[in-house]
Design a protein around this ligand. Structure first.
Ligand SMILES: C[S@@+](CC[C@H](N)C(=O)[O-])C[C@H]1O[C@@H](n2cnc3c(N)ncnc32)[C@H](O)[C@@H]1O
Length: 463
């Protein structure tokens, strides 16, 4: 055995030794004769995978790009149409297409939850435990800018990552909230077609990938998680429309956090029906452990919250009379006419202290507290001019603007741009969209044959 192999073998033995004995006991009970295969899977090679954002590129074009030498015959993830296994040495976060939001790096089993859920155009969806945004970004791709997604994250310190990931994905019809499920219920009684609860759990499915998950695990933690999970499920029931679906998932193995939560819920609410209950096991599939159950709410006739819905209906289809002169000027100079018309037709414009947002016309969220992102920030209204925001660039591509410069992902100009440098051109067109393979990556202002870099300082990086 060479030295590297010997070290790896020792690490694997160590991990198996470190697994909590109560966990091993439970797994033996749960898996019976499969237990040894399950434990052996701790020695399997780890997986790496990405998921395409179909808001930015269609699947045929993506597959033709041949990024990361994906072998289409073997590397497509069977439970997520937009997901691909890639080899571990590919470093997908170092490709500028990642910064342009073309794909999300996500554990393959975690993709199954949205991958195997039916999302209908126009659905109103709540992602109750959303950060860092794996499920939310997938839902947004599938909604294709129709309907509405509320991405809620209870833990304030996890909001930043969620905000950045949703911004990168370039969807307009989303709202980020920072509430408990009880607070959400005050605003959204009987409101959603689908509610995803990717519940906080004791994380046994992460033991293979993350040793800290082993240290952090305890029986007390399982009990704490169970009581949170029950509360989230109950509040979700009341936020769901009749005929709506709860999609409950965890990355843990114990029955108490999975089947028992679901069965208790079905007993508590008689007018519900189990649609499916599935597990992904690491010794059977290429991915970590995952549990997912889908439950339908049948008719209750006590549906919508009267007050909330009256307020919403009153505003529905009300013409949006707000016009921002500075944005009008900007859009006539820099946006293609048909795209500019499309935005005005579909969205309302909201000026919040000089910051201009767009939001779907039919949705009213103005009075809602604890929201991070109420619609999409287009930019700042300054004295007689409009300055576009980075989030605006993230919904654009070269076909939507009059001025752009487009580089291939491996062009060295793209590395220069991402690191904050200026780029020499021979023109002076003012606001210009910098694109990578046609997809908006950020803004630059072109004058005297130079593109002055407007890529946000906090996002700059060397690749
Ligand atoms: C499994 S993670 C969610 C992962 C996310 N859905 C994704 O796909 O990227 C669970 C989330 O639940 C949040 N959480 C913790 N306690 C919570 C509570 N009491 N109510 C709602 N969410 C909670 C955690 O902060 C964490 O972000």
């Amino acid at each position: 055995m060479n030295i590297n192999k010997e070290v790896k073998f020792k690490e694997e033995i160590d991990i198996i030794d470190k697994l909590p004995s109560k966990f091993k006991e439970d797994m033996r009970d749960l898996l019976g004769s499969e237990y040894d295969d399950f434990i052996d899977s701790y020695n399997d090679e780890k997986t790496s995978s990405i998921r395409l954002n179909t808001l930015k590129m269609n699947q045929d074009d993506f597959e033709k790009l041949n990024l990361f030498e994906i072998n289409l015959a073997e590397d497509k993830i069977k439970w997520a149409n937009e997901g691909y296994y890639i080899s571990l040495d590919k470093r997908p976060s170092m490709n500028p297409l990642f910064d342009a939001g073309l794909y999300y790096i996500q554990e393959p089993s975690a993709m199954s939850v949205v991958g195997q859920s039916e999302i209908d155009m126009g659905d109103y969806i709540l992602d109750m435990c959303a950060s860092p945004g794996g499920k939310s970004t997938y839902i947004l791709s599938k909604l294709n800018n129709s309907g509405f997604l509320v991405s809620n994250e209870f833990n304030k310190s996890r909001l930043k990552a969620l905000g950045e990931n949703l911004e990168k994905f370039g969807a307009i019809n989303s709202l980020i909230t920072n509430m408990s499920s009880k607070e959400l219920l005050k605003f959204f009684k009987g409101y959603f077609d689908k509610i995803f609860i990717d519940a906080p759990c004791s994380g046994q499915g992460m033991f293979r990938k993350d040793e800290y998950a082993i240290e952090d695990w305890s029986e007390d933690k399982v009990d704490q998680c169970c009581s949170i999970q029950e509360e989230l499920m109950t509040d979700a029931y009341y936020m769901l429309k009749d005929q709506g679906t709860i999609i409950y998932s965890t990355c843990t193995f114990t029955k108490s956090e999975n089947e028992e939560i679901v069965n208790n819920f079905l007993c508590k609410f008689k007018n519900t029906e189990l649609i499916s209950m599935d597990r992904i096991w690491p010794h059977k599939e290429k991915g970590e452990g995952h549990f997912c159950a889908k439950i339908k709410k049948l008719n209750t006739n006590d549906n919508m919250d009267e007050e909330f819905m009256n307020k919403n209906n009153k505003k529905k289809n009300k013409p949006c009379d707000y016009k921002c002169k500075e944005f009008e000027e900007f859009s006539s100079k820099f946006l293609k006419d048909d795209y500019s018309k499309f935005i005005k037709k579909k969205y309302k414009f909201i000026d919040r202290s000089g910051l201009l947002y767009i939001f779907p016309k039919e949705i009213e969220v103005e009075d809602m507290p604890k929201t991070l992102r109420k619609g999409l920030l287009l930019g700042k209204i300054l004295k007689n001019r409009f300055e576009p925001a980075h989030s605006f660039a993230m919904i654009l591509n070269k076909n939507k603007v009059k001025n752009y410069i487009d580089f291939k992902y491996d062009d060295e100009n793209i590395s220069r741009y991402l690191s904050g440098q200026s780029i020499a051109t021979n023109a002076s067109r003012s606001w210009t969209l910098v694109c990578v393979n046609g997809i908006g990556l950020g803004w630059a202002k072109e004058s005297n044959g130079q593109l002055k870099n407007k890529y946000p300082k906090g996002l700059r990086k060397n690749i």
